[in-house]
Design a protein around this ligand. Structure first.
Ligand code: SAM
Length: 294
Protein backbone atom coordinates (compact mmCIF):
# COMPACT_ATOMS: atom_id res chain seq x y z
CA UNK A 1 0.00 0.00 0.00
CA UNK A 2 3.01 2.28 0.51
CA UNK A 3 3.21 3.30 -3.17
CA UNK A 4 -0.47 4.24 -3.41
CA UNK A 5 -2.14 7.46 -2.25
CA UNK A 6 -4.09 7.23 1.04
CA UNK A 7 -7.67 6.07 0.71
CA UNK A 8 -10.44 8.58 1.40
CA UNK A 9 -12.36 7.86 4.56
CA UNK A 10 -10.13 5.04 5.87
CA UNK A 11 -8.10 5.11 9.10
CA UNK A 12 -6.24 2.59 11.22
CA UNK A 13 -6.76 2.58 14.98
CA UNK A 14 -4.80 0.14 17.16
CA UNK A 15 -4.27 -2.12 14.17
CA UNK A 16 -7.96 -2.12 13.21
CA UNK A 17 -9.08 -0.60 9.89
CA UNK A 18 -12.18 1.61 9.86
CA UNK A 19 -13.99 3.55 7.20
CA UNK A 20 -15.88 6.70 8.15
CA UNK A 21 -18.81 8.10 6.27
CA UNK A 22 -19.15 11.78 7.21
CA UNK A 23 -22.42 13.58 6.58
CA UNK A 24 -21.60 17.29 6.65
CA UNK A 25 -25.23 18.45 6.80
CA UNK A 26 -25.94 16.41 9.93
CA UNK A 27 -22.43 16.70 11.45
CA UNK A 28 -22.59 12.93 11.82
CA UNK A 29 -19.92 10.33 11.22
CA UNK A 30 -20.69 6.63 10.86
CA UNK A 31 -17.73 4.27 11.33
CA UNK A 32 -17.65 0.81 9.79
CA UNK A 33 -15.14 -1.73 11.14
CA UNK A 34 -13.32 -3.41 8.26
CA UNK A 35 -12.35 -7.08 8.41
CA UNK A 36 -10.38 -6.98 5.15
CA UNK A 37 -9.66 -4.46 2.42
CA UNK A 38 -10.10 -6.70 -0.62
CA UNK A 39 -9.29 -4.23 -3.38
CA UNK A 40 -8.80 -0.56 -4.05
CA UNK A 41 -7.93 1.57 -7.04
CA UNK A 42 -8.41 4.98 -8.56
CA UNK A 43 -10.44 4.61 -11.76
CA UNK A 44 -10.68 7.49 -14.26
CA UNK A 45 -13.94 8.45 -12.50
CA UNK A 46 -13.59 7.69 -8.79
CA UNK A 47 -11.80 5.87 -6.01
CA UNK A 48 -13.23 2.35 -5.79
CA UNK A 49 -12.74 -0.05 -2.93
CA UNK A 50 -14.24 -3.37 -1.97
CA UNK A 51 -14.13 -4.37 1.68
CA UNK A 52 -15.28 -7.23 3.85
CA UNK A 53 -16.97 -6.40 7.17
CA UNK A 54 -18.50 -8.43 9.97
CA UNK A 55 -21.52 -6.15 10.28
CA UNK A 56 -22.55 -5.78 6.63
CA UNK A 57 -20.70 -8.45 4.65
CA UNK A 58 -18.89 -7.25 1.52
CA UNK A 59 -19.31 -3.59 0.56
CA UNK A 60 -18.73 -1.45 -2.52
CA UNK A 61 -17.21 1.88 -1.45
CA UNK A 62 -16.91 4.81 -3.88
CA UNK A 63 -14.84 7.89 -2.95
CA UNK A 64 -14.93 6.77 0.68
CA UNK A 65 -18.73 6.35 0.82
CA UNK A 66 -20.27 2.87 1.26
CA UNK A 67 -22.79 2.30 -1.55
CA UNK A 68 -24.20 -1.19 -1.08
CA UNK A 69 -23.52 -4.25 1.06
CA UNK A 70 -24.18 -7.94 0.56
CA UNK A 71 -25.74 -8.02 4.06
CA UNK A 72 -28.56 -5.52 3.58
CA UNK A 73 -28.43 -4.42 -0.08
CA UNK A 74 -31.66 -6.30 -0.68
CA UNK A 75 -33.61 -3.53 1.08
CA UNK A 76 -32.48 -0.71 -1.21
CA UNK A 77 -32.53 -2.91 -4.32
CA UNK A 78 -36.07 -4.15 -3.72
CA UNK A 79 -37.45 -0.73 -2.81
CA UNK A 80 -36.06 1.10 -5.83
CA UNK A 81 -37.19 -1.60 -8.29
CA UNK A 82 -40.37 -3.43 -7.27
CA UNK A 83 -42.37 -0.27 -6.51
CA UNK A 84 -42.11 1.27 -10.02
CA UNK A 85 -42.31 -2.15 -11.72
CA UNK A 86 -45.52 -3.06 -9.88
CA UNK A 87 -46.94 0.44 -10.40
CA UNK A 88 -46.83 -0.11 -14.17
CA UNK A 89 -49.42 -2.76 -15.13
CA UNK A 90 -47.37 -4.34 -17.93
CA UNK A 91 -43.74 -3.19 -18.12
CA UNK A 92 -41.71 -4.61 -21.01
CA UNK A 93 -38.69 -2.31 -21.24
CA UNK A 94 -36.88 -1.34 -18.06
CA UNK A 95 -33.65 0.62 -17.59
CA UNK A 96 -31.58 1.95 -14.75
CA UNK A 97 -28.99 4.69 -14.56
CA UNK A 98 -26.24 4.10 -11.96
CA UNK A 99 -25.57 0.39 -12.14
CA UNK A 100 -23.13 -0.27 -9.29
CA UNK A 101 -23.59 -3.90 -8.30
CA UNK A 102 -26.73 -4.05 -10.52
CA UNK A 103 -28.99 -5.11 -7.62
CA UNK A 104 -32.13 -3.42 -9.04
CA UNK A 105 -31.55 -5.24 -12.36
CA UNK A 106 -31.49 -8.59 -10.55
CA UNK A 107 -34.83 -7.67 -8.96
CA UNK A 108 -36.28 -6.75 -12.38
CA UNK A 109 -35.23 -10.19 -13.69
CA UNK A 110 -37.79 -11.74 -11.32
CA UNK A 111 -40.63 -10.43 -13.54
CA UNK A 112 -41.23 -12.78 -16.47
CA UNK A 113 -43.17 -10.16 -18.47
CA UNK A 114 -40.16 -7.83 -18.67
CA UNK A 115 -38.42 -8.26 -22.02
CA UNK A 116 -35.51 -5.82 -21.81
CA UNK A 117 -33.35 -4.71 -18.87
CA UNK A 118 -30.70 -2.08 -19.70
CA UNK A 119 -28.21 -0.93 -17.07
CA UNK A 120 -26.29 2.30 -17.68
CA UNK A 121 -23.12 2.64 -15.58
CA UNK A 122 -20.51 5.34 -16.06
CA UNK A 123 -17.55 3.37 -14.73
CA UNK A 124 -16.66 -0.03 -16.28
CA UNK A 125 -14.29 -0.74 -13.37
CA UNK A 126 -17.23 -0.63 -10.93
CA UNK A 127 -18.96 -3.33 -12.99
CA UNK A 128 -15.83 -5.47 -13.24
CA UNK A 129 -15.02 -5.26 -9.53
CA UNK A 130 -18.61 -5.94 -8.46
CA UNK A 131 -18.60 -9.03 -10.71
CA UNK A 132 -15.34 -10.19 -9.14
CA UNK A 133 -16.14 -9.57 -5.47
CA UNK A 134 -19.89 -9.14 -4.97
CA UNK A 135 -22.20 -10.72 -7.54
CA UNK A 136 -20.62 -13.09 -10.11
CA UNK A 137 -21.28 -12.97 -13.85
CA UNK A 138 -23.32 -16.17 -13.64
CA UNK A 139 -26.26 -14.09 -12.33
CA UNK A 140 -26.52 -12.29 -15.65
CA UNK A 141 -25.04 -14.39 -18.44
CA UNK A 142 -28.03 -16.69 -18.79
CA UNK A 143 -30.56 -13.87 -18.90
CA UNK A 144 -30.73 -12.63 -22.50
CA UNK A 145 -32.84 -9.62 -21.43
CA UNK A 146 -29.94 -7.99 -19.57
CA UNK A 147 -27.59 -5.47 -21.28
CA UNK A 148 -24.82 -3.48 -19.63
CA UNK A 149 -24.17 -0.05 -21.17
CA UNK A 150 -21.03 1.79 -20.07
CA UNK A 151 -22.03 5.37 -20.74
CA UNK A 152 -22.71 8.59 -18.91
CA UNK A 153 -26.41 8.33 -18.00
CA UNK A 154 -26.91 12.05 -18.54
CA UNK A 155 -25.85 11.78 -22.18
CA UNK A 156 -27.44 8.37 -22.78
CA UNK A 157 -30.91 9.43 -21.65
CA UNK A 158 -30.97 12.28 -24.19
CA UNK A 159 -30.91 9.68 -26.99
CA UNK A 160 -33.89 7.73 -25.59
CA UNK A 161 -37.29 8.97 -26.71
CA UNK A 162 -40.51 7.39 -25.45
CA UNK A 163 -38.72 4.08 -25.02
CA UNK A 164 -38.89 2.72 -21.47
CA UNK A 165 -41.91 1.67 -19.40
CA UNK A 166 -39.90 1.90 -16.19
CA UNK A 167 -36.74 3.85 -15.40
CA UNK A 168 -34.81 3.74 -12.12
CA UNK A 169 -32.38 6.53 -11.34
CA UNK A 170 -29.95 5.06 -8.82
CA UNK A 171 -27.73 8.13 -8.73
CA UNK A 172 -24.98 8.80 -6.19
CA UNK A 173 -24.81 11.97 -4.05
CA UNK A 174 -24.86 15.22 -6.07
CA UNK A 175 -21.08 15.65 -6.31
CA UNK A 176 -18.64 15.42 -9.24
CA UNK A 177 -19.85 13.41 -12.26
CA UNK A 178 -23.23 12.85 -10.64
CA UNK A 179 -24.18 16.54 -10.18
CA UNK A 180 -25.83 16.73 -13.58
CA UNK A 181 -28.17 13.85 -12.60
CA UNK A 182 -29.87 16.43 -10.33
CA UNK A 183 -30.27 19.21 -12.94
CA UNK A 184 -33.67 20.28 -14.27
CA UNK A 185 -32.79 19.36 -17.87
CA UNK A 186 -31.97 15.82 -16.71
CA UNK A 187 -35.49 15.44 -15.27
CA UNK A 188 -36.91 16.60 -18.61
CA UNK A 189 -34.77 14.09 -20.54
CA UNK A 190 -36.00 11.34 -18.22
CA UNK A 191 -39.61 12.42 -18.88
CA UNK A 192 -38.98 12.25 -22.63
CA UNK A 193 -37.18 8.89 -22.34
CA UNK A 194 -40.16 6.99 -20.98
CA UNK A 195 -43.34 5.86 -22.75
CA UNK A 196 -46.65 7.78 -22.64
CA UNK A 197 -47.63 5.75 -19.57
CA UNK A 198 -44.11 5.34 -18.19
CA UNK A 199 -43.01 5.36 -14.57
CA UNK A 200 -39.70 6.57 -13.12
CA UNK A 201 -38.16 6.44 -9.66
CA UNK A 202 -35.31 8.51 -8.21
CA UNK A 203 -33.40 7.93 -5.02
CA UNK A 204 -34.07 11.28 -3.33
CA UNK A 205 -31.78 11.23 -0.28
CA UNK A 206 -32.27 11.31 3.46
CA UNK A 207 -35.45 13.20 4.29
CA UNK A 208 -33.66 14.44 7.42
CA UNK A 209 -30.30 15.71 6.21
CA UNK A 210 -30.64 15.83 2.40
CA UNK A 211 -33.75 17.99 2.50
CA UNK A 212 -32.66 20.10 -0.47
CA UNK A 213 -32.22 16.93 -2.57
CA UNK A 214 -35.70 15.71 -1.69
CA UNK A 215 -37.21 19.17 -2.29
CA UNK A 216 -35.43 19.58 -5.64
CA UNK A 217 -36.49 16.11 -6.80
CA UNK A 218 -40.16 16.63 -5.93
CA UNK A 219 -40.17 20.18 -7.32
CA UNK A 220 -38.62 19.23 -10.66
CA UNK A 221 -40.80 16.14 -11.10
CA UNK A 222 -44.02 17.96 -10.15
CA UNK A 223 -43.47 20.42 -13.01
CA UNK A 224 -43.50 17.52 -15.48
CA UNK A 225 -45.58 14.61 -14.16
CA UNK A 226 -49.23 14.46 -13.01
CA UNK A 227 -48.41 11.88 -10.32
CA UNK A 228 -45.45 12.34 -7.96
CA UNK A 229 -45.15 10.45 -4.67
CA UNK A 230 -42.37 10.01 -2.14
CA UNK A 231 -41.89 6.80 -0.17
CA UNK A 232 -39.47 5.72 2.53
CA UNK A 233 -37.33 2.76 3.54
CA UNK A 234 -34.84 2.13 6.33
CA UNK A 235 -31.38 1.38 4.95
CA UNK A 236 -29.07 0.22 7.78
CA UNK A 237 -25.90 1.00 5.77
CA UNK A 238 -26.67 4.71 5.40
CA UNK A 239 -26.03 7.18 8.24
CA UNK A 240 -29.27 7.78 10.21
CA UNK A 241 -30.92 4.94 8.25
CA UNK A 242 -34.06 6.62 6.88
CA UNK A 243 -34.04 7.08 3.09
CA UNK A 244 -36.43 8.50 0.51
CA UNK A 245 -37.35 7.53 -3.04
CA UNK A 246 -39.61 9.59 -5.28
CA UNK A 247 -41.72 7.97 -7.98
CA UNK A 248 -43.20 9.95 -10.88
CA UNK A 249 -45.74 8.58 -13.31
CA UNK A 250 -47.51 9.80 -16.45
CA UNK A 251 -50.62 7.68 -15.87
CA UNK A 252 -50.43 4.98 -13.17
CA UNK A 253 -50.86 5.82 -9.49
CA UNK A 254 -48.71 3.60 -7.24
CA UNK A 255 -51.44 3.64 -4.62
CA UNK A 256 -53.82 1.97 -7.11
CA UNK A 257 -51.29 -0.64 -8.24
CA UNK A 258 -51.98 -4.37 -8.19
CA UNK A 259 -49.80 -5.08 -5.16
CA UNK A 260 -50.80 -8.77 -5.19
CA UNK A 261 -48.10 -9.15 -7.84
CA UNK A 262 -45.65 -8.97 -4.92
CA UNK A 263 -47.19 -11.90 -3.11
CA UNK A 264 -45.34 -14.50 -5.17
CA UNK A 265 -42.06 -12.67 -5.60
CA UNK A 266 -38.92 -14.00 -4.01
CA UNK A 267 -38.14 -10.94 -1.82
CA UNK A 268 -36.73 -10.36 1.66
CA UNK A 269 -38.05 -6.86 2.44
CA UNK A 270 -40.93 -5.80 0.26
CA UNK A 271 -44.40 -7.29 0.62
CA UNK A 272 -47.81 -5.91 -0.43
CA UNK A 273 -48.09 -4.34 3.05
CA UNK A 274 -44.63 -2.73 2.88
CA UNK A 275 -45.45 -1.37 -0.60
CA UNK A 276 -48.49 0.47 0.73
CA UNK A 277 -47.08 1.53 4.08
CA UNK A 278 -43.88 2.96 2.60
CA UNK A 279 -46.00 5.80 1.14
CA UNK A 280 -47.24 6.79 4.62
CA UNK A 281 -45.00 9.73 5.48
CA UNK A 282 -44.22 11.20 8.90
CA UNK A 283 -45.73 14.67 9.13
CA UNK A 284 -42.35 16.45 8.91
CA UNK A 285 -41.57 14.65 5.62
CA UNK A 286 -45.07 15.22 4.28
CA UNK A 287 -44.59 18.93 4.91
CA UNK A 288 -41.36 18.99 2.85
CA UNK A 289 -42.99 17.06 0.00
CA UNK A 290 -46.18 19.15 -0.02
CA UNK A 291 -44.27 22.44 0.03
CA UNK A 292 -42.11 21.26 -2.89
CA UNK A 293 -44.97 20.09 -5.10
CA UNK A 294 -46.92 23.38 -5.04
N1 SAM B 1 -27.46 0.64 -5.46
C1 SAM B 1 -26.27 0.48 -6.29
C2 SAM B 1 -25.66 -0.87 -6.12
O1 SAM B 1 -26.40 -1.80 -5.86
O2 SAM B 1 -24.45 -1.01 -6.29
C3 SAM B 1 -25.32 1.59 -6.01
C4 SAM B 1 -25.34 2.55 -7.12
S1 SAM B 1 -24.36 3.91 -6.75
C5 SAM B 1 -25.51 4.88 -5.77
C6 SAM B 1 -24.35 4.85 -8.15
C7 SAM B 1 -23.57 4.36 -9.37
O3 SAM B 1 -23.75 5.35 -10.38
C8 SAM B 1 -22.06 4.19 -9.20
O4 SAM B 1 -21.72 2.89 -9.57
C9 SAM B 1 -21.45 5.24 -10.14
O5 SAM B 1 -20.28 4.79 -10.80
C10 SAM B 1 -22.57 5.46 -11.14
N2 SAM B 1 -22.61 6.79 -11.76
C11 SAM B 1 -22.17 7.98 -11.28
N3 SAM B 1 -22.41 8.96 -12.17
C12 SAM B 1 -23.02 8.38 -13.24
C13 SAM B 1 -23.49 8.86 -14.49
N4 SAM B 1 -23.38 10.15 -14.81
N5 SAM B 1 -24.06 7.97 -15.34
C14 SAM B 1 -24.16 6.66 -15.03
N6 SAM B 1 -23.72 6.15 -13.86
C15 SAM B 1 -23.17 7.00 -12.98
Amino acid sequence: MADKKPLSGYRKDKGVLWISSYVGNARVKMDYKIKALLHYEQSPFQEISIVDTKGFGKMLVLDGTPQVSTGEGFIYNEMISHIPIVTHPNPKKVAMIGGGDCGPAREAMKYKGIEQIDVVELDPRVTELCRKWLTPNSYYENDQRFTMIHRDGYEWIQEQKGKYDVLMIDRPDPVGQAKKLFSSDFYKSVYDGITDDGVVVFQSGSPYYNVSTLKGTVKNLSKLFPIVKTYLATIPLFPCGLWSFTIASKKWDPLEANINKLQHQDTQYISPEIFTSSFVLPKYVEKIVEASSE
